[in-house]
Design a protein around this ligand. Sequence first.
Ligand SMILES: *Cc1c(COP(=O)(O)O)cnc(C)c1O
Length: 388
Amino acid sequence: MSIRQPSIQPRILLSPPHISGREHAYVTDAFESGWIAPIGPQVDAFEREMATYTGSKGALALSSGTAAIHLALRLAGVSQGDYVICSTLTFVASANPILYMGATPVFVDSEPETWNMCPLSFQRACRDLAEKGLLPKAAIVVNLYGQSADMEPIADIANRYGITLIEDAAESLGAFYHGKASGTWGRFGIYSFNGNKIITTSGGGMLVSDDIDALEQARFWSTQARDNAPHYQHSEMGYNYRLSNLLAAVGRGQLELLEERVERRRQISQTYSDRLESISGLHFMPEAPNCRSTRWLSALTIDEEIVGVSANQLLACLEHNNIEARPVWKPLHLQPLFANSSYYPYLGEYSVSDKLFTTGICLPSGSSLSKEDQVRVIETIETCIQKS
Ligand SMILES: *Cc1c(COP(=O)(O)O)cnc(C)c1O
């Protein structure tokens, strides 16, 4: 690959926040009403609106998606020394809360069809752990880059083994699986409103469930577990995990635009595949049948043998042209933090997530990406590949 002239073109970001609706108006409301607190009418409304959108009986607004996973694990009764299954191909935030609980993560590989947890590998992990007397209390299934995992078989297996299913839908708000919202297939679902997600509050999260009592318990823990007494009395350990009323106001404005954001991200993904799929050796992340992916990030793999350029070389070439692209998540079973954890690969020794990690990249996919900027990304990719 030859060296290109240093680029003077403006930077194209991977997935920047996109604010254009009534966020301002709701924040102004929150200011004028004096509710500058981690409770208030905007929080209540945001929870109701999220429950309605996802079709859950209830929702609890929290300071992050990670906090939501932490509370879900505690609700599942996970404690010191327990085992918790988790998708391996994900951001570390999916698994850190397992460590907060003093529990041991066990990682399960992806399948090629969805890039998400392989149901057969999940079953193998459950059977194997059960035989060893180490049956996990909970399983965290991640929906990567806007696409649901194959939840029906996964939920069946979890039910059969009596494992509490937690859906990490931080990246898949707005996705559907068999007509039902992604994030509502487990006993608990979590969403994130971090700055790079499809909608954002700058930072925040949501726990959803049909189990209202469980949500009330989590609400109690999330506000320092303050007992119902006139003085400050505490019988249990709690956290400071609530979402601010101001940020909930931003979230409400964002949620109103979610469908538009999904449409736009899907268009972006379609444009990438229409223009680039004819290059042999490039393969876009598939969309599973009977599902709507949000295409939060447009992701593809590069077969170096055919293309003549590796994923890392293409990333470097894009960076040289001031375009932010990213490798696919480094699987958690490969992280130094989890060096001693067990791992159940797709088939024998063959690990799908290892392969996706070495060959996969994510392209700029923000809903505010202009048509011209997307053309620049596409043409840069074509040039990077031709110059090899
Ligand atoms: C962003 C993300 C989280 C964490 O959400 P925060 O709100 O940043 O704590 C968890 N899991 C996945 C898969 C994510 O992408």
